[in-house]
Design a protein around this ligand. Structure first.
Ligand SMILES: *[C@@H]1O[C@H](CO)[C@@H](O)[C@H](O)[C@H]1NC(C)=O
Ligand SMILES: *[C@@H]1O[C@H](CO)[C@@H](O)[C@H](O)[C@H]1NC(C)=O
Length: 186
């Protein structure tokens, strides 16, 4: 190889490295990241809103000037970090937390915007999350909301949650809601 060849070779090599490091997107097969077969998982747990807790697991963080004159409390916004348990009792084993926000978002009926991360702390699910986003028609016997994504064990998740109020205490607002979550993921 003469000098000219060496220079050209170095130039082409640099160009190759540059193209690779400046590549914005590429096509991959799911297998190349270890995603093999999609599966359907059913999760069953109880979601506890402990308003009477010290500290409460749900706090109101905002309202509008017109909220008090709205029949649905339109605009009221809450932040929550609720325990998820395997059984209906608050004292049963905790399997995760429901962390998120809700807001009264319907002028005429009780319909809440429900935006929650379900953060699991149990066995192979430990550290994995599911993201729930939907309309919570709180007075309906069964509410359905979407699972729009997930992390860890639940990467590429999609699905739905069916929720039913199990118990609610009118004097302090505490409630226990049964969640059935059906999710497709790898
Ligand atoms: C709405 O009513 C609550 C309870 O009576 C009161 O604490 C709050 O200040 C009122 N909010 C507005 C915006 O008037
Ligand atoms: C979950 O993971 C955390 C952090 O890695 C660890 O401290 C905890 O003991 C784990 N819990 C279970 C039930 O495996």
């Amino acid at each position: 190889m003469n000098q000219k060849h060496i220079i050209i070779t170095i130039f082409l090599f640099q160009l190759l490295i540059q193209t690779k490091s400046q590549q914005f997107s590429e096509n991959l097969s799911p297998n190349s990241l270890g995603f093999e077969k999609e599966k359907l998982t059913h999760l069953h747990f109880y979601f506890h809103e402990v308003i009477s807790g010290r500290p409460p697991t749900v706090v109101q963080v905002a309202e509008a000037a017109t909220t008090n004159s709205s029949k649905t409390g339109f605009g009221t916004t809450y932040v929550a970090d609720n325990p998820l348990t395997v059984g209906p009792e608050l004292t049963s084993k905790i399997v995760g937390r429901g962390q998120g926000m809700s807001a009264s978002a319907d002028l005429n009926d009780f319909g809440y915007l429900w935006v929650f991360n379900l953060v699991f702390g149990e066995g192979k699910y430990n550290g994995s999350t599911l993201s729930l986003l939907g309309r919570n028609a709180v007075l309906a016997p069964v509410r359905e909301m979407s699972i729009v994504g997930g992390t860890g064990f639940f990467r590429f998740a999609r699905g739905y949650a069916l929720t039913k109020t199990q118990f609610s205490n009118p004097s302090n607002g505490d409630s226990t809601v049964e969640y059935d979550v059906f999710v497709i993921h790898y």
